[in-house]
Ligand binder design. Structure first.
Ligand code: NAD
Ligand code: MG
Length: 397
């Protein structure tokens, strides 16, 4: 019989959080929930508590805590409500916890994800922004504490599956020549770049293949998501920027590939449903059913590949620039992108302005450092302030 694993799900009310709980619900003999966390959708968080009986639920502020506590009381739930960033870190690092699903979106996920790594947990990493911001620090924490890092991002989970067991972030030692990240190209892959200037948040969030949260949906449209994933792959697998290629593959059936020096290319395929990588990481090294149906290759018929058009997707080029520049520049890229995407979703700037804002903030902050968490926090704050200033300038103009 499989050993029971106790889990904390950070960001339980989001797209990845819901998919995680969907897989967990299929395996009550394997997984028990210690804590669930969410920022909004408090009613949904209460329902999840009633279904999964976590010991703790964590929300960001007192108003949300009062509402959640009232809902839980009315439902007869014994889940205890906790508030704030310290509580998030505490439920990620608690001794009872075996594994932490890191599925908070954006920089807000860094603190608790790092706390889980420092406590030596099995970390199921969906929150790519944490690794982009603080890759060196995060990987050092993983190594020092002996944490086990399993990628949830479908591309990185595919690469993980295509690498030899026990791979230790030294590509040469394993005969790895290149990592090939596939990209669907998002909703605008066939649009003339000249017509992209004033697309709406609704159009940008309508992804052709995947159903996801709003921030990552916009990132997929701009291909910043793939850029963040290039940086994520660098840290997870120890591969240099010039050995990580992006291939546009519109069917999203091949989730990524590893090329070896003997000419072999190993790929992982599957239907585009995040429950596959989630189930893989939850049960690793075993396999469990995920709720995802079998891949029907004959129905799919063909798999297409093309090179990304960097004119259409300037954000992808910016991410390579940030990775090559190193230091705090990936944190700058990430912070400026989060602000630009927020401003776009709030209809304060146009879609066509996202890349320009990030580029300008990166230009102003060349040389930013990343040697400590304090320094990264300072870089993040400065990049956000600069990006918001640019948003306001554009509003006035
Ligand atoms: P989402 O917006 O659907 O959910 C985000 C979750 O984080 C929610 O539970 C929300 O309440 C919580 N949250 C947001 N801001 C917070 C804050 N400031 N403090 C505490 N909690 C906060 O996002 P998602 O699509 O589930 O993505 C989550 C992460 O997984 C992202 O980093 C994303 O890049 C990554 N990811 C998602 C997918 C996908 O298919 N959705 C695929 C690969 C990677
Ligand atoms: Mg991905």
């Amino acid at each position: 019989m499989a050993r029971m694993q106790t889990l904390t799900v950070l960001g339980a009310t989001g797209s990845i959080g819901e998919s995680t709980l969907d897989v967990i619900a299929r395996h009550p003999d394997r997984f028990r929930v210690f804590a669930l966390t969410g920022r909004s959708r408090i009613e949904r968080l209460a329902e999840q508590c009633v279904q999964f009986h976590p010991r703790f639920a964590v929300v960001p502020d007192a108003a949300a805590a009062d509402r959640l506590a009232a809902l839980l009381r009315a439902a007869g739930s014994t889940t205890e409500v906790r508030v704030g960033a310290e509580a998030l870190a505490a439920v990620a690092a608690a001794p009872e916890v075996d594994a932490v699903m890191a599925a908070i979106v954006g920089a807000a996920g860094l603190g608790p994800t790092l706390a889980a790594a420092r406590a030596g947990k099995r970390v199921l990493l969906a929150n790519k922004e944490a690794l982009v911001m603080a890759g060196a620090l995060f990987m050092a924490a993983v190594d020092q504490a002996g944490a086990e890092l399993l990628p949830i991002d479908s591309e990185h989970n595919a690469v993980f599956q295509a690498l030899p067991a026990g791979y230790d972030r030294r590509p040469e030692a394993s005969g790895v020549a290149r990592v090939l990240l596939t990209a669907s190209g998002g909703p605008f892959r066939d649009r003339d770049p000249a017509t992209l200037v004033d697309v709406t948040p609704e159009e940008a969030c309508a992804h052709p293949n995947w159903s996801m949260g709003r921030k990552i949906s916009v990132d997929s449209a701009t291909m910043m998501n793939k850029g963040l994933e290039v940086i994520e792959a660098h840290w997870l697998f120890g591969v240099a920027a010039d050995k990580i290629d992006v291939v546009v593959h519109r069917q999203s059936v091949i989730h990524s590939m590893v090329e070896y020096i003997d000419g072999s290319v190993v790929a992982q395929l599957g239907n585009p449903d995040m429950r596959t990588p989630i189930a893989h990481a939850l049960a690793y090294p075993e396999r469990i059913v995920s709720g995802v149906g079998p891949l029907d290759l004959c129905r799919i018929g063909r798999l297409d590949f093309e090179a990304p058009d960097l004119r259409r997707f300037p954000c992808l080029a910016l991410a390579y620039d940030a990775l090559r520049a190193g230091g705090g520049l990936p944190a700058v890229l990430n912070a400026a992108n989060e602000v630009a995407v927020d401003a776009f979703l709030a209809r304060r700037i146009g879609y066509g302005e996202i890349g320009g804002i990030i580029d300008a903030v990166m230009g102003a902050m060349h040389g930013a450092g990343d040697t400590s968490l304090d320094e990264i926090d300072a870089v993040d704050a400065e990049a956000r302030a600069r990006a918001w200033a640019r948003v306001r300038q554009r509003e006035v103009a």
